[in-house]
Each structure stands twice: as structure tokens, then as C-alpha cells.
Design a binder for this molecule. Structure first.
Ligand code: AFP
Length: 313
């Protein structure tokens, strides 16, 4: 029992991080990101959905919300006093905040992943990957923390610092309070989330989808990486894929701020994340906009995908 009569499951995020004796600067960083999400969720609920008239590295028209969310997060990271370098899906290169890396962290983030879904009122999210020091182009296995915030019917924050995966929900005072501790995946799943065009799947991926369907798995795909992964993680049974396609061997999703943080979280919950041939977290990024194919979720399902891709390509 925490403060006077407070059960563990009403504990707010900052207090929980302190009870876990997390590094003070890391606690500060995670709480700054959590605070920034309060402004992002307000901008989603009420913000201007028009196009901002600018485009990001990938040449996609930036919705005002993309730009706004990126600004909100970047400002908090800039003034946090605990950040060295940052990179965002919405900017074209790494931004140096401090050359003093002592006690500081570097952050790769997607401020509003799935932003094109906001104007059809589907769930979207913020994804964050955190490293110690100043280097952002390192394998995802070196992350010291990863988190996402899901702006759905409820606003939830899911994080790990390498000691399990914990979920918090935003209450009416806009505080995050603990709802699930040590989330765990089952070995095999009952849902599959197939991204990309089916007619461009390679034989191995096609066989894997047939394997999942023959085993009774149901299709769940929203087009939003954060809600689709969150469903698999919180139900503990499923696999998401955005595979290599004929004509695009690297799939679609970005390594630094989509695949590495989500792979870290899923592995921390006992799942697996692979390109279909190798562990996502072992990939050495070459540049900030690297993409990779992905099969992520229940360990046995990911292993089956690898087996079929090894055999059939
Ligand atoms: P946007 O951020 O451009 O909406 O893309 C969302 C996303 O990166 C990821 O959230 C989804 O899993 C994936 O793209 C969906 O891609 P498809 O629309 O090709 O299925």
C-alpha cells in the first residue's frame, strides 16, 4: 500500500518510477515525455487537422498535428536538461541539444505515428526510443528505455526500462496511474495484423498468413502501428507484420523510431521481433531513416514466420 490508502494501482507514473529506483535523469525524461503527451492529446481532440504546408524527410505532406506534436515534444526535450541528441520522424537529421553526454540521454521519436488516421477518428500514438549518451545510430538492443503513448478511447502510456513492461492510464486530472504491471505475451497468438499489400507478399509470408488462418487466427489491422501493437501486447497473443514486399525489400516501417522501441517492449514482455531473417534489435542502423521488414509478437509465431521465409523466401 502506497501513500495513505493509495493502492499500487493508483500510483502515478513519477512515484512508480521512483519506487522502481530508476535513474533520476531517466525518470525526469520519461515524465517530461508524459507531460508533453497531455498537450498532444488536447491538440488531437481539438486541433486543426489541416495540412501544415511543409513536408517531412519522406516527402509526405505534414498534417498540422504532425508538426504541432513534434514541436510540443521537441520543446520539452530541449528544456529537460537531460537530453544530448534527438531525432524525429518529422525532421531530416539529428538535432544536437548538448555536447555534454554525461548523465544525458538521446531520443528517437515519432511524435504522432498514424497521423493520417486522426481525421477518420482512429487511434494514433507517440513512439519513443531512449539511449544513454549521444549515439542514436546503434542497435536497438542498446536502448535503456522505450515507451509509447496511445491516444485511443483512453490515453495510455506503456514503458519499459528493461525490467518488465508497465501500462498507465491518464485519469480525469490528466495524471498517468498504473493499470498493468509486468505485461506478458503468450507463446502463440490468436490474431494477426498483416500490413502492406497482400498481392506483393513473398511466398514465405503468404504461407505464414495461411498458417495463422488455418490455426484459427483472426485478422485485426487498423493501419496504426501503435494501436495494432498495443492490442497484441495487452492481449498477449498475436503477431503484427509489415513484411518485405516484392519490389520493396525493406518494407515500410522505420527502424529508429518505430521498430526498435516496439521490439524492445515486445521482447521485454516475452515476445520476439524479427525482419523475417534476423532479430530487429540486432540491426546496425546505417542512417536515421532506415526501414526494415518486421514480424513482431508471440515468440512461436515469429519463429514460424522465420522458418517459412527461410524455406520459401
Ligand atoms: P502514417 O504515419 O503515414 O499514417 O503511417 C502509419 C504507419 O507508419 C504505421 O503506423 C502503420 O502500421 C503503417 O504505416 C500502415 O501502413 P499501410 O497504410 O501501408 O498499411
Amino acid at each position: 500500500m502506497g501513500e495513505a490508502g493509495q493502492t499500487k494501482f493508483q500510483m502515478d507514473l513519477r512515484r512508480y518510477l521512483r519506487e522502481q529506483e530508476e535513474d533520476r535523469n531517466l525518470t525526469r525524461l520519461i515524465c517530461e515525455i508524459a507531460d508533453a503527451s497531455k498537450y498532444i492529446v488536447n491538440s488531437i481532440r481539438t486541433g486543426d487537422l489541416g495540412v501544415a504546408g511543409t513536408s517531412n524527410l519522406y516527402g509526405e505532406d505534414q498534417l498540422a498535428l504532425d508538426v504541432l506534436s513534434d514541436r510540443i515534444l521537441r520543446k520539452r526535450l530541449l528544456h529537460s536538461g537531460v537530453v544530448a541528441n534527438i531525432v524525429s520522424e518529422e525532421t531530416s537529421d539529428i538535432i544536437s541539444i548538448s555536447t555534454n553526454f554525461d548523465g544525458r540521454y538521446s531520443v528517437a521519436y515519432d511524435p504522432l505515428d498514424g497521423s493520417s488516421l486522426v481525421d477518420v477518428n482512429l487511434a494514433v500514438g507517440t513512439i519513443v526510443s531512449i539511449y544513454e549518451g549521444g549515439e542514436l545510430l546503434q542497435p536497438g538492443r542498446n536502448q535503456v528505455a522505450a515507451l509509447y503513448i496511445l491516444y485511443g478511447p483512453r490515453t495510455t502510456l506503456v514503458y519499459s526500462t528493461g525490467r518488465g513492461v508497465h501500462e498507465f492510464a491518464m485519469n480525469q486530472l490528466m495524471e498517468y496511474t498504473l493499470v498493468r504491471e509486468n505485461v506478458r505475451m503468450q507463446p502463440k497468438g490468436s490474431i494477426y495484423s498483416p500490413g502492406g499489400q497482400r498481392n506483393l507478399y513473398t511466398p514465405g509470408t503468404e504461407s505464414f498468413v495461411r498458417y495463422m488462418e488455418e490455426n484459427g487466427a483472426k485478422l485485426r489491422y487498423s493501419g496504426g502501428f501503435v494501436p495494432d501493437i498495443n492490442q497484441i501486447l495487452m492481449k498477449g497473443k498475436g503477431v503484427f507484420m509489415y513484411p518485405h514486399l516484392q519490389g520493396s525489400p525493406d518494407g515500410k516501417l522505420r527502424l529508429l523510431y518505430e521498430l526498435n522501441p516496439m521490439s524492445y517492449l515486445i521482447e521485454q514482455a516475452g515476445g520476439a521481433a524479427s525482419t523475417g531473417r534476423e532479430r530487429i534489435l540486432d540491426l546496425q542502423p546505417r542512417q536515421i531513416d532506415d526501414r526494415a521488414p518486421v514480424f513482431i509478437g508471440c515468440k512461436e509465431d515469429v519463429a514460424k514466420a522465420e522458418e517459412l521465409i527461410r524455406a520459401q523466401g
